[in-house]
Design a protein around this ligand. Structure first.
Ligand SMILES: [Ca+2]
Ligand SMILES: [Ca+2]
Ligand SMILES: [Ca+2]
Length: 228
């Protein structure tokens, strides 16, 4: 029985290439056995098919993420135009709550993104900036979510290819606390900044990256509100 070795090599290469398909979760093991069918030149009849060795390839991690507004344009810098529902006025000592989404853009399941507040460029320093898990994904900080406590990281599932919805999203709420002695018209701004391992496509290496939500939430005080 004669089998063209070049043909088998080609089949194996095709099988290996399949494992690089975009979006396949990392750690997935793809196996492929190539089968060659051919005519036996000694008999000029169809010979029994020949199978190659089984090729196993493990999909490598290519993590990536973004932090975005729940609606409206996103950015990656701390300047720009705010969506309307990300600005407003509160009393001194008040809390300012805005929702964001941490999005898994890679193929790593249970992908951990560290969260911290970026207040660079804020006209005034907030008393604190905290993040909470928006467990019911309604964009509001509920009593149960508040009681669960502030978080410093989120664990984001991978988006399953076999489903239509995007499972790779975790919703969070940012809470800016403004000082009790804040003056009227004072502005306070903060943006969630995520840090996590990401895959650098230019080098093929894993790297650490941060992504701002895009722009700061700017809030102003109105003295008239204080008298109400
Ligand atoms: Ca909620
Ligand atoms: Ca899906
Ligand atoms: Ca962003």
């Amino acid at each position: 029985m004669k089998v063209n070795p070049k043909f088998l090599t080609l089949m194996v290469a095709l099988a290996a290439g399949t494992a690089a398909a975009a979006g396949t979760p990392s750690g997935t093991v793809i196996t492929n056995t190539a089968t060659a069918t051919f005519t036996d030149p000694t008999t000029n009849a169809a010979a029994a098919p020949v199978s190659s060795n089984t090729v196993s390839t493990t999909v490598l991690p290519k993590p990536d993420f973004d932090i975005v507004y729940t609606a409206g344009a996103d950015g990656t810098t701390a300047t720009g135009t705010l969506p309307g529902n990300y600005q407003g006025q509160v009393l001194p000592g008040g809390l300012l709550e805005t929702p964001y989404k941490v999005v898994n853009l890679g193929n790593v399941d249970n992908y951990v993104v560290q969260l911290a507040a970026n207040t660079n460029g804020s006209p005034n320093a907030p008393t604190s900036v905290k993040y909470y898990l928006d467990a019911d994904n309604n964009g509001l900080l509920g009593a149960v979510e508040l009681a669960a406590g502030a978080i410093t990281q989120v664990t984001v599932p991978v988006d399953k290819l076999e489903t239509g919805q995007d499972e790779g999203i975790v919703s969070i709420i940012q809470v800016i606390e403004v000082p009790a002695n804040a003056v009227a018209g004072g502005q306070y701004a903060a943006s969630p900044q995520g840090t996590a391992n990401v895959f650098d496509f230019s080098t093929g290496q894993l790297d650490v990256d941060s992504v701002l939500n895009g722009i700061f939430a700017v809030w102003a005080f109105d003295r008239s509100l204080k008298r109400q």
